[in-house]
Design a protein around this ligand. Structure first.
Ligand code: UGA
Length: 428
């Protein structure tokens, strides 16, 4: 099928590449001409495992193309996906101006039946607004609006899209169901058809529930520390119950990224507008904030004075396998340490370029060894797999004092202590 994807960021680009991979003809649109040219030349502006190969392969096969002209894409595509950013606003609500702008632009180009699909994460009732907007700018336009939320995790976005747990299609008319099912048939996943509002809610409710699981285990970790229990064993024991599941019970310095923090505040906010005070989710946010503070407190307690201390940081991305530093807890910890006078040296396998402007005072170095040189303490802040097998003994020898704070419980406490580290992790 001929498909258009408006917005070539994480979601749009991965979705476009995967749709092309299963045989659809996809035009990805972006209003950033520089980015369009980069993509046409095969340069991917983000680090996402497997994406570059997929884009290059499908461009070469003639199934994937890029343009800055929405009209061109709307003219030839039966289904148009909106995948533009929905950034947070200072009051916690979502800025829907990009979605609205795209809806208006699409509207004026619609001449025959089109399905307009919202893939951006939006508050419930946005689909209704998109439909009204299109009708306002093109009265009588033959359209159906669909909500089709994405459940991609950065770092494994291609795999998540190619092998989804479920596909959610929220419709306001049965007419759109057939084409939507046809698009997703090659992915061989269960398809759940709902009304528009339910589909939008499924996205916010899912992300909030995952964040809730993380805050829950982080709270349990605090009790483990106070009681001498081991949070890893507790998570294992809880997770073995199929009703609970082990996923997203990894304790750490708290969740970050461009989705959970934003989606939680947006869900709290829209709930308030609809007359419900979502206290549970406010507590999830508060625990997440405390988790970072509790980690910083451990560092302060060990180092006593932070001023002029040399702190080595391993990991800046908001999680492993990505170069994304948006709302990264690692960045916020580095900012705090710097504000307290510490001298920070940092290394991340992918995220240093994007991190630098956010923490210009931190010195970015190209190897973990340089991070350790003369350090008073090392912090592990991102769950990169490669950090598990660093030459820890060699790193220790370069340090001034062998303090190691593992904010992701990546290392085995017995093994690392046997090397002579004074090792602190979370909830164990
Ligand atoms: C999240 C959801 O997992 C996706 O399903 C969703 O599609 C996406 O948001 C989105 O709305 O676009 P993502 O933000 O890429 O995906 O990353 P996650 O893997 O969910 O991790 C989020 C944060 O939670 C990271 O900071 C991670 O380090 C942290 N985390 C995750 C934990 O602290 N513990 C865990 O057990 C899992």
């Amino acid at each position: 099928m001929n498909l258009a994807i408006i917005g070539s960021g994480y979601v749009g680009l991965v979705t476009g590449a995967c749709f092309a991979e299963v045989g659809h003809r996809v035009i990805c649109v972006d209003n950033d001409l520089k980015k369009v040219h980069q993509l046409q030349d095969g340069h991917i502006p983000i680090y996402e495992p497997g994406l570059e190969e997929l884009v290059k392969k499908n461009v070469a096969a003639g199934r994937l193309s890029f343009t800055a002209a929405i009209g061109e894409a709307v003219d030839v595509s039966k289904v148009i996906f909106i995948a533009v950013p929905t950034p947070p606003q200072p009051d916690g609500s979502v800025d829907l101006s990009f979605v609205e702008g795209v809806a208006r632009e699409i509207a004026v180009h619609i001449k025959e039946y089109r399905i307009v699909v919202d893939k951006s994460t939006v508050p419930v009732k946005t689909g209704e607004k998109v439909a009204q907007t299109i009708q306002r700018y093109n009265p009588g336009a033959p359209i159906d609006v669909v909500s089709n939320p994405e459940f991609l995790r950065e770092g494994s976005a291609v795999e998540d899209l190619m092998k989804p747990d479920r596909i959610v299609i929220g419709v306001s008319s049965d007419r759109a169901v057939g084409p939507m099912k046809e698009i997703y048939a090659p992915f061989k996943a269960p398809i759940l058809v709902t009304d528009l509002n339910s589909a939008e809610l499924i996205k916010h409710a899912s992300n909030s529930f995952l964040a809730l699981k993380i805050s829950y285990i982080n709270a349990v970790a605090a009790i483990c520390e106070a009681s001498g229990a081991n949070v890893e064993r507790v998570a294992e024991g809880m997770g073995a119950d199929k009703r609970i599941g082990r996923a997203f019970l990894n304790t750490g310095i708290g969740y970050g990224g461009s989705c959970f923090p934003k989606d939680l505040s947006a869900f709290i906010r829209i709930s308030e507008e609809l007359g419900y005070n979502f206290r549970l989710l406010k507590e999830v946010e508060a625990i997440n904030h405390d988790q970072k503070e509790r980690f910083l407190k451990k560092i302060r307690e060990s180092l006593w004075v932070l001023r002029h201390k040399k702190i080595g940081v391993l990991g800046l991305a908001f999680k492993g396998n990505t170069d994304d530093v948006r709302s990264s807890v690692a960045i916020s910890i580095v900012q705090q340490l710097i504000s307290e006078g510490a001298e920070v040296r940092a290394y991340d396998p992918q995220a240093m370029e994007k991190a630098h402007p956010l923490v210009p005072e931190a010195k970015m170095v190209t190897t973990p060894e340089e991070v350790a040189d003369g350090a008073d303490a090392l912090l592990l802040l991102t769950e990169w797999n490669e950090f598990k097998s660093l030459p820890w003994l060699a790193l220790k020898k370069r340090m001034l004092s062998p303090l190691l704070f593992d904010g992701r419980n990546l290392l085995d406490p017995d093994e690392i202590r046997a090397l002579g580290f004074t090792y602190t992790s979370i909830g164990r």
